[in-house]
Design a binder for this molecule. Structure first.
Ligand code: AMP
Length: 150
């Protein structure tokens, strides 16, 4: 089963996604977690990713598609996976579509998302970056709802 968790930051994609992955006995994959690890790497790619994460901006599509494809090609994904974080834009799904069978949409208000994220205390959870990421979510990611609805 290939499942996509969709929704704004703070809606609970990772909490619910991990539980669901455990239940289905498939891996939970988070592009955000992968990029945060990459941002700690002491090389050119690590520096580029860190710069983007520190500004609340999306990582470029080419690198993102490469990272996702590599992960999904691993053996443990053969029976499916729960994906949190990809695709993030319509362009990304045009470049590479993992072929989800189920899309789960978790919806919360920006106000509630901001409150929850502010409590989480991740490095990119300053008020300014939370707002920037929510703006990008509404502009870039929300159109995917209509795409998958159709
Ligand atoms: P998340 O943990 O899903 O909130 O992601 C944290 C950060 O990782 C985002 O703000 C982006 O900078 C980056 N990121 C995660 N997934 C993607 C993606 N599919 N495309 C581009 N950037 C991403």
């Amino acid at each position: 089963m290939k499942v996509l968790m969709l929704g704004p930051q703070g809606s609970g994609k990772s909490t619910q996604g991990k539980l669901l992955a455990e239940f289905l006995d498939v891996p939970y994959i988070s592009t955000g977690e992968t990029f945060r690890k990459m941002a700690g790497q002491d090389d050119e790619v690590g520096e580029r990713v860190k710069g983007l994460l520190d500004q609340g901006q999306l990582v470029d599509d080419d690198l993102t598609a490469e990272v996702v494809k590599k992960r999904l090609n691993q053996k443990d994904c053969s029976a499916g996976f729960v994906m949190d974080g990809y695709p993030r834009t319509l362009q990304q799904v045009e470049v590479f579509d993992p072929g989800f069978e189920i899309v789960i949409y978790l919806d919360i208000s920006d106000e509630e998302a901001t409150n929850r994220l502010f409590k989480r205390k991740r490095e990119d959870d300053t008020l300014e970056l939370i707002q920037e990421r929510l703006t990008i979510y509404h502009r870039e990611t929300e159109p995917l709802l209509k795409y998958y609805d159709e």
